[in-house]
Design a protein around this ligand. Structure first.
Ligand SMILES: NC(=O)c1ccc[n+]([C@@H]2O[C@H](COP(=O)([O-])OP(=O)(O)OC[C@H]3O[C@@H](n4cnc5c(N)ncnc54)[C@H](OP(=O)(O)O)[C@@H]3O)[C@@H](O)[C@H]2O)c1
Length: 249
C-alpha cells in the first residue's frame, strides 16, 4: 500500500471515530428561535476574543440562541455597546476575563495578533475547546502568515494556542452570512478540522445551534484547506463540502 492510501485510510478512520463521538452529544436541530426558549440550563458559557466582524456576528447569534457570551477586544467601549444591544446574556471583559469566563472560547483576531493572544491567554485556555476562526494573510499579517501558510493554518494555530483543544471553523465563509444562517437551518455546511473528538463534538453543537451543518474534514493538517481561496471556501451545501473534502489529501 502506498503512503497516499495509508494517509487516506487513517483519515477515514479518524473521521469515523470523531463523527461517532459527535453523534453521542444531544445535538439540537430545532430552529434557533425555538431553541432560545428551551434548555437554557445545558448551554455552555462562551468567551469571545476579538469582537469585530466575525466575533460580533457569531457571538450575537449565540446570545440570541440563549448562550451567555463574554465579548472582548482591546476596545472595551466598543464591546460594551455591542453587549448593550444584545441584552442580559451578553457580557464584557478583557481578553483574559473572557477566556476565563468561557467554557468554550472563540478566537477571532487578525492572525498577526494570534501569537500574543496564545501566550497571554495560555493559562485561561489550557484544556479548553477553542474555536479558531483566524486566517493568515501575508498582505495583512506579515511573516507570521507566511510561516502559518507553510505549516498549514490548522497545524500553525494549534501550535500558537498550545494546550487548548483547537477546532478550526468559520474560516472561509463571509461574516455577512454568519448572522443569518440560522434562518435556513442546515442549508449551509461548515467545514471544521481538529484533533480532539470531544472538542469537535462541542464545537459541532455550537455550530448547529446557529444554523450550519458541521462537516468534519479531518485533523489539524486538514486545517490548511479552511482558509479563503481553497476549494472548500465559500457558502456551500453540506454534501458539496463532503464531496470536495473526500478529494483532498
Ligand atoms: N471578515 C470575514 O468575513 C472573515 C471570515 C472568516 C474568517 N475571518 C478571520 O477571522 C479573524 C477576525 O476577522 P474579522 O473580520 O472579525 O476582523 P476584525 O473585524 O478586524 O476584528 C478583529 C477583532 O480582533 C480584535 N483584536 C485585534 N487584536 C487583538 C488582540 N491582540 N487582543 C484582543 N483582541 C484583538 C479587534 O479589536 P481591537 O483592535 O480593538 O482590539 C477586533 O475586535 C481574522 O483572522 C480573519 O481573517 C474573517
Amino acid at each position: 500500500m502506498n503512503s497516499d492510501s495509508v494517509t487516506k485510510q487513517n483519515r477515514r478512520r479518524f473521521l469515523k471515530l470523531a463523527g461517532a463521538a459527535a453523534a453521542t452529544l444531544p445535538l439540537n436541530t430545532m430552529p434557533l428561535v425555538l431553541r432560545a426558549a428551551s434548555a437554557a440550563g445545558d448551554k455552555m458559557k462562551i468567551g469571545i476574543i476579538g469582537s469585530g466582524k466575525v466575533g460580533g456576528a457569531i457571538g450575537s447569534v449565540w446570545v440570541q440562541a440563549g448562550y451567555d457570551a463574554m465579548f472582548s477586544s482591546r476596545d472595551i467601549e466598543h464591546d460594551k455597546a455591542l453587549a448593550d444591544r444584545l441584552g442580559a446574556n451578553a457580557f464584557v471583559g478583557t481578553p483574559r476575563e473572557a477566556a476565563a469566563f468561557g467554557e468554550v472560547v472563540m478566537i477571532s483576531v487578525p492572525y498577526h495578533a494570534l501569537p500574543g493572544v496564545g501566550k497571554d491567554l495560555a493559562d485561561q485556555i489550557k484544556g479548553k475547546v477553542v474555536i479558531d476562526t483566524c486566517n493568515p494573510f501575508t498582505f495583512r499579517d506579515g511573516e507570521i502568515a507566511t510561516w502559518a501558510r507553510e505549516r498549514g493554518a490548522g497545524v500553525a494555530s494549534a501550535e500558537l494556542l498550545s494546550g487548548a483543544r483547537v477546532v478550526r471553523a468559520f474560516n472561509a465563509v463571509s461574516y455577512r452570512c454568519m448572522g443569518v444562517a440560522y434562518k435556513q437551518p442546515g442549508q449551509f455546511g461548515m467545514p471544521i478540522a481538529g484533533e480532539d473528538a470531544n472538542a469537535i463534538a462541542v464545537a459541532s453543537r455550537l455550530i448547529r445551534d446557529i444554523g450550519y451543518e458541521p462537516v468534519l474534514v479531518g485533523g489539524n493538517e486538514m486545517g490548511k484547506y479552511l482558509v479563503p481561496g481553497t476549494r472548500l471556501a465559500g457558502e456551500r451545501a453540506p454534501d458539496e463540502i463532503r464531496k470536495i473534502a473526500a478529494t483532498l489529501d
